[in-house]
Ligand binder design. Structure first.
Ligand code: SAT
Ligand code: MN
Length: 584
């Protein structure tokens, strides 16, 4: 299938290591999809869903101990620990190759190795990159087929000498004690063993498009970010694009597919990407973004006709569901779907479930994998090889207190500080406690492939090179009142915040200067048709001095952790914020 000698030599070497019974090169064809699906149904990797109601859709159950990313088992392997930095786990490359090599040795005996070449980024884009993943998981091969441009297209792009990321994956024995996800930036290599799930196993996604790509971006002068990309078309037919970073399971997919409220007629939302953005400086001095992916790996629970009708429409065909509940008519269900819970179903563990059951029917991190092209709001520009120009960058976390609904930074450097001091309450997307506030700069804490201090300096440095930088904002949809309920309606109504942001980018939109940034005056947001308590709005736009003092201290603790690699520009920004709060 290829005359790329380095590629075939590497595959041969990995075959000698893993010792699969068979090696299958994936070409990405429809015929191959039918074959692999039939194999997956036979092996139990997939279960067929109701083909009348959900054509081309299948259900996958993961192992019970393999339901989310395992950050504590994820390593960056650089010659020195300093290159990896204090926020990542580090393993010396030689030791990593030895340890994992021992586990990979013979790991595919009795199994098939799928050679899965794929392109991250639009075909024919100079910004796209090729990855070849070797995997013993049919589920992984079939998922990659959906979320990237897989097969011949990638080998064609490689030609005989092209560069590619070498990604090796085996389910191993799925035991967490023998699970490792290792990245070797200097070798453009990823080795992952012991998990078959999501970001641990679909190596093009978090491992390549963020961790490895962030290293490439640093070398080559661009940014690989955990950001959705969305176009907002106004009633005059003009579209502006924004990129927004939120941690996993904080509503990126919902924001990327937002449906404008009926009370704001004439606006349209265009989805370019829902999870990852690669950002480069264009010849016009603006920042341009591509979505390296071709599909969505979205959180299922909470997806319904109100929260995300576009996602719901997207997943009606050609989709793989993971760890959702199965209804008697072989369709799927999850908590937060429209209507009443079913009288009975099979839960994500394949056990009988009724509304009286104590546990959830769908796993909180259950997912759908669906082709982006099926999304009703997909942007006509989503595969433009040049990307789309970015007007604003938005940072946001899940914070029940302190952080206002929206504020604008004073300039690029302050905006980078705002991103660097992002924080969020943890979610089910990673193993560990849920609801704990953690610092998560640019939503990249688990995904930055090198020293976080250097990463933040790279952001500062990019600002010097971008002639027309986007304005930087911060949002928080998740602030709650004394009763614990969300103060802001969220979802479609988030458009009201986006419109203020775009107004500000055009030099319009009233704002008040506060120590933390520029905040809309209460009448600056278009609230037509929205019934919101004025007191709630006041709280949403309020900067509480005492709470911000505590925030400052926590920011400082985090910055100190980054040690001497911390950007002095950002420590100065911290001091300036402290001063502004004192003077306020
Ligand atoms: O498991 S993934 O990393 O693919 C999803 C996520 O955590 O955002
Ligand atoms: Mn994500």
């Amino acid at each position: 299938m290829t005359n790329h000698q380095k590629l075939t030599a590497w595959v041969d070497e990995m075959v000698r290591l893993c010792k699969p019974d068979r090696v299958v090169w994936c070409d990405g064809s429809e015929d191959e999809k039918r074959r692999l699906t039939a194999d997956a149904l036979r092996s139990g990797d997939l279960e067929e869903l109701n083909q009348e109601k959900l054509p081309g859709c299948y259900l996958h159950h993961s192992a019970l101990n393999d339901v989310a990313r395992t950050e504590h088992l994820t390593y960056i392997c650089t010659p020195t620990k300093d290159e990896t930095g204090p926020t990542n786990n580090w393993m010396e490359p030689g030791e990593a190759y030895r340890t994992l090599g021992g586990l990979f040795d013979g790991s595919m005996k009795g199994r098939t190795m799928y050679v899965v070449p794929f392109v991250m980024g639009p075909a024919r884009s100079p910004f796209s990159k090729v990855v070849v993943e070797l995997t013993d998981s049919l589920y992984v091969a079939l998922n990659i087929r959906i979320i990237s441009r897989m097969g011949k297209v990638a080998l064609d792009m490689l030609g005989e000498t092209g560069e590619f990321t070498k990604a090796l994956h085996s389910k191993g024995d799925l035991d967490m004690a023998r699970r490792f996800i290792c990245h070797f930036p200097q070798d453009n290599t990823i080795w992952s063993i012991g998990s078959g799930y999501g970001g641990n196993a679909l190596l093009g996604k978090k491992c390549m498009a963020l961790r490895i790509a962030s290293c490439l971006g640093r070398q080559e002068g661009w940014l690989a970010e955990h950001m959705l990309i969305v176009g907002i078309e106004n009633p005059k037919g003009e579209t502006s694009y924004v990129a927004a970073a939120f941690p996993s399971a904080c509503g990126k997919t919902n924001l990327a597919m937002l449906v404008p409220p009926a009370s704001l007629p004439g606006y349209k939302i265009w989805t370019v990407g829902d999870d990852i953005a690669w950002l480069r400086i264009g010849p016009d001095g603006r920042l341009w973004a591509i979505n390296p992916e071709a599909g969505f790996f979205g959180v299922a629970p909470g997806t319904n006709k109100k929260s995300n009708p576009n996602a719901l429409a997207t997943v009606q065909k050609n989709s793989i569901y993971t760890n959702v509940a199965l209804l008697p008519d072989k369709t799927v269900w999850w908590e937060g779907m429209d209507g009443a819970p079913p009288e009975k179903c099979l839960d994500w563990k394949n056990e009988p479930w009724t509304p009286a059951s104590k546990e959830k029917a769908a796993h909180p991190n259950s997912r759908f994998t669906a082709p982006a092209s099926q999304c009703p709001s997909i942007s006509p520009e989503w595969e433009n090889p040049a990307g789309v120009p970015i007007t604003a960058i938005i940072f946001g976390g899940r914070r029940s207190q302190t952080i206002p609904l929206v504020f604008e930074s004073f300039n690029w450097q302050h905006g980078v500080f705002v991103g660097a001091t992002m924080s969020s309450e943890t979610t089910a997307a990673a193993i560990g406690a849920v609801g704990v506030v953690r610092r998560d700069p640019m939503a990249m804490l688990p995904f930055c492939g090198y020293n976080m201090g250097d990463y933040l300096s790279h952001w500062i440095g990019m600002g010097d090179k971008i002639k027309h930088p986007p304005k930087i904002f911060n949002v928080n949809w998740f602030r709650t009142g004394p009763d614990g309920k969300f103060l802001w309606p969220g979802f479609g109504d988030n458009l009201r915040v986006l419109l203020w942001i775009l107004d500000r980018c055009e030099g319009r939109g009233p704002a008040v200067k506060t120590p933390i940034g520029l905040i809309p005056t209460p009448d600056a947001l278009n609230l037509t048709g929205l019934n919101i308590d004025p007191e709630a709005l006041r709280t949403l736009l309020h900067v509480d001095r005492a709470a911000w003092q505590a925030e400052l201290d926590d920011q400082k603790t985090f910055f100190n952790k980054l040690g001497d690699r911390m950007s002095p520009v950002l420590t100065n920004e911290h001091a300036a914020l402290s001063q502004r709060l004192r003077n306020a």
